[in-house]
Ligand binder design. Structure first.
Ligand code: B3K
Ligand code: ZN
Length: 876
């Protein structure tokens, strides 16, 4: 397949300043008329061909300045339209008519129908499935869109911008006209037509402009959209207060659809959402669902400035809008909830998704230089690591200069399509800092490793810290350059407070941050009266792996006393991780797992520490996941041994702390009415972690059965169901709870997804058969991405013992399912295939089975570009 290269970028010969679209919507045969005002760029000769992108299109007619074009003067294929020469005048008009069948569109890119609703998805290259166009993000156009449809089936007609006209047509049809005054790239185009219910509200911006807000959902589900509306208004206010960004149209619409390839899409003034990230009420949504809705509503809204007003020059710059917007939604959630808890959750996500990507065959820089299929680059690296890089810029510059840099970026580049270099330059200019070495975070793939060790010399009153960086090789980047790594730190004294020092040499140390820029730094802190315990990478200031030499006593000391809450969590998490790695080795060696006494006793202490919020305590008590331990072990992984080690630790803590945990679990059942705020959610989270331990400690399903039966909200119910299914898969109580849940939520696909997920993640060798069986369930469908992700995606990414079954059946199952999905929806299939990416770190036999399964996919006939790209890079 064709490879796209960053260095080949060049501006287009032509621009399209105005786009006028008329859709005659029909589910089987939609007519699209595009009137494009085309402009030749200065210096480009009229005999330069105009080449427009298409994808699966049939051209019905073509006019230039209203007149037909001779057949010899153009060529139209499914994937492009070439006009061999253009009129002498600089500006001319092109009128194109194409037809598409939206109901046959199962790839969910371009114009398609979801549950009877017409909708679109154009990012990254879906607009070319609607009409021929310069479908690239640096071609900005002002759109006027006219939608015509049957009034009965599609009373609602929406597009980008503001509504300008509407009325009746013959044969029961009607029309609506929308105008978006802000020039935008084609990937931000959207339309929706259908029969939907709505929640309405208004928002007055800081400068007094009134905005009409609406969230559209299926009839009868309006009440479940009120939380999303609340999150939207909070997001709009927050962006004004934190970044000085106001909304810029008269209306802001959100539409929830049930068939969607990802979370949501930031189309200008018309965000389209996967309904999973809009619909919520206490009975059907967990606290996690509420938090995700808040974050994604905010994320898409924030794109209005970071992405829409200022967009990307080309798709290599994707992190310009995604990394930055993730950073903004992280900050928003941190302000709305607990900052420390939010940070812990972010780091867990980064380690679970981005680290394995960075450490495996699909590694790429935050700003890639090559791609074959851009849809495969909407990755954890671009999004999450991209956000970490922005966060580091804030650490380097401080809050005020960071804000000044953002202000300059908005002012200078509003209305433009720009690059990462443009973005970074704004921060250099406002601060005078040289960010050249720092910018490697954008350009160099791989997770840097920091090793560190400290030595105290009492006589010299000196503490010496040795820090070394290394960046492991990644595909096509064998040699790495040294990075600029900001490590927030503290020297913690025996009273738990940070010690002061009389200067440090060996590295720049400023405002609690060590700037690592060389391979090795030997840093001497002067005037230190007693041995400190060093706390390094506080708040996870840099996205690195850290091997800090420290005794278990020192780690426990930090877990108890570090004044950085993130680092307290980290210290405990490291202790759990070290213990679990050791237990895994023992189990593999045929021995029993054994754990240090203090690690079994400390959880009771932290669980009842009222100085800490409940949400924080829940995070502290949550053991590392199986995948975390696998990643730390790194090679020759045996998922069954890891599973046994974690189960052993859970059981040991559960029985050791049974008294405290039991009382607390009871006390947290306050009977209060459900509210989705962070404090109440924290109490529920803590209660659920305790339930997990208590059940493991007693070895009986009683606690979980009781919680399941008395639950008055989905958070408590889903957690109880998970404990039953995961810890007691064969007990009658589990069978009964599963049956009850299914019966009760049969008619609610989003809730039934939880039922699919719980069973997909039930550990053990029979998981493959269970998942195969569930695929035959009447509520399951390979055509719906949410169903596929709930059952197949969760199985492959979150069921270590099931997916990595020793005989390779999990791999064969995934390969076969991916190929079945690929026929209709290549993007979804490619996403699922990512589960294979860490295959080389498995033990020998599993490696061999995984390689065979990958080979089966790669040998399949007529593989999509999406899937071929993933599979070939994974095997390379
Ligand atoms: N920008 C979209 C993602 C589009 C994915 C295209 N394959 C959602 C978001 O990041 O906000
Ligand atoms: Zn985004």
């Amino acid at each position: 397949g064709q490879v796209f290269r960053l260095e080949d970028y060049g501006p287009s010969d032509y621009l399209i300043p105005e786009t006028d679209l008329t859709f005659q919507l029909d589910s089987a045969d939609t007519r699209v008329e595009a009137r494009l005002t085309v402009e030749r760029r200065d210096g480009v000769a009229a005999d330069r061909p105009l080449i427009l992108d298409g994808d699966g299109l049939t051209l019905e007619s073509l006019l230039v300045n209203g007149a037909p074009v001779a057949e010899s003067d153009y060529e139209a294929t499914a994937d492009r339209l070439v006009l061999r020469s253009t009129p002498p005048a600089k500006r001319f008009e092109l009128t194109l008519v194409t037809r598409t069948d939206p109901s046959a569109n199962k790839a969910l890119m371009g114009l398609y129908v979801s549950n009877g609703v017409f909708c679109t998805q154009c990012e990254a290259e879906g607009f070319r499935r609607i009409t021929y166009f310069l479908d690239r993000p640096d071609v900005l156009s002002v759109y006027r869109v006219c939608l015509e449809a049957d009034r009965k089936t599609a009373p609602l007609l929406l597009s980008n911008g503001n509504p300008t006209d509407s009325g009746e047509l013959e044969h029961g049809r009607h029309f609506a006209v929308w105008h978006d005054p802000h020039p935008k790239p084609s990937y931000l185009f959207a339309l929706v037509a259908g029969d939907l219910g709505a929640v309405h509200d208004t928002f007055t911006t800081a400068s007094g402009r009134d905005v009409t807000l609406a969230i559209y959902v299926e009839h009868g589900k309006e009440a479940r959209a009120t939380y999303a509306m609340d999150a939207l208004k909070r997001s709009m206010r927050w962006d004004e207060e934190r970044f000085g960004r106001e909304y810029d149209l008269d209306v802001f619409n959100i539409v929830a659809v049930s068939d969607f390839n990802m979370g949501a899409m930031e189309n200008k003034g018309l965000n389209i959402f996967n309904d999973k990230y809009v619909l919520a009420d206490p009975e059907t949504a967990t606290d996690m669902d509420f938090a995700n809705i808040e974050a994604i509503i905010a994320h898409e809204y924030f794109h209005n400035w970071t992405g829409n007003r200022i967009t990307c020059r080309d798709w290599f710059q994707l992190c310009l809008k995604e990394g930055l917007t993730v950073y903004r939604d992280h900050e928003f959630s941190a302000d709305q909830r607990s900052r420390a808890v939010k940070r812990i959750a972010e780091v867990r996500t980064l380690r679970a998704h981005q680290f394995p990507e960075d450490q495996g065959p699909l590694a790429h820089p935050v700003r890639p230089r090559r791609y074959r299929e851009i849809n495969n680059f909407y990755t954890a690296t671009v999004y999450e690591k991209g956000s970490e890089v922005v966060r580091m810029i804030r650490t380097l510059l401080g809050a005020d200069k960071f804000r000044a840099g953002m202000d300059l970026y908005f002012e200078r580049h509003d209305g433009q399509a720009v690059t990462i270099e443009d973005f970074v330059r704004c921060f250099e200019e406002v601060s005078g800092a040289d960010l050249a070495q720092f910018a490697l975070w954008y350009h160099q793939a791989g997770t840097p490793n920091i090793t560190a060790s400290g030595r105290y010399n009492g006589r010299a009153r000196e503490f010496t810290l040795e820090i070394e960086q290394s960046v492991p090789p990644t595909p096509s980047e064998a040699r790495k350059r040294l990075m600029h790594i900001p490590l927030a730190f503290g020297l913690v004294g025996s009273n738990g407070e940070d010690m002061t020092f009389d200067g440090a040499d060996g590295a720049t140390v400023e405002d609690g941050v060590i700037h690592v820029r060389k391979r090795k730094h030997v840093i001497r802190f002067k005037g230190i009266g007693a041995r400190p315990v060093v706390s390094l990478n506080r708040g996870f200031s840099a996205p690195v792996t850290l091997s800090l030499e420290a005794s278990a006593e020192d780690r426990m000391f930090l877990a108890r006393h570090d004044n950085d809450l993130f680092s307290r969590w980290q210290a405990l998490n490291t202790l759990f991780t070290e213990a679990l790695i050791e237990a895994t080795q023992r189990i593999r060696g045929g021995k029993e797992a054994a754990f240090p006494d203090e690690l079994l006793a400390y959880p009771a202490e932290i669980a009842s520490d009222e100085t800490l919020g409940a949400a924080y305590r829940a995070q502290a008590l949550t053991l590392p996941a199986e995948a975390d331990i696998a990643r730390e072990i790194g090679s020759s992984i045996d998922p069954d041994a890891i599973h046994a080690a974690i189960s052993g630790l859970r059981e040991a803590i559960g029985s050791q702390c049974a008294g405290t945990f039991g009382e607390l679990h009871e006390a947290l059942d306050s009977g209060e009415t459900f509210t989705p705020d962070a404090a109440s959610a924290g109490r529920r989270a803590l209660r659920n972690v305790l339930l997990d331990y208590l059940s493991a400690g007693t070895g009986t399903p009683e606690h979980a059965t009781r919680q399941f039966e008395t639950a008055d909200n989905m958070t408590a119910m889903a957690a109880a169901l998970a404990v039953l299914a995961h810890q007691f898969p064969h007990s009658p109580q589990t069978a009964q709870a599963l049956a009850q849940f299914e019966e009760r939520y049969r008619g609610n696909p989003l809730v039934l997804d939880k039922w699919f997920m719980v069973q997909a993640t039930t550990p053990g060798p029979d998981a493959v058969e269970r998942v195969r069986g569930l695929m035959a369930h009447e509520a399951f469908s390979l055509a719906n991405p949410n169903r596929v992700r709930a059952l197949i995606g969760t199985f492959a990414s979150a069921n270590q013992t099931g997916f990595h079954r020793a005989d390779g059946e999990g791999y064969r199952f995934l390969a076969e399912t991916v190929l079945a999905i690929e026929k209709d929806n290549p993007q979804l299939a490619a996403r699922l295939a990512i589960a294979f990416r860490s295959w080389r770190s498995l033990e020998k036999k599993r490696q061999e089975h995984a390689r065979e399964a990958l080979a089966t996919i790669s040998q399949a006939k007529e593989l999509s570009r999406d899937l071929r790209d993933i599979v070939e890079r994974t095997l390379a």
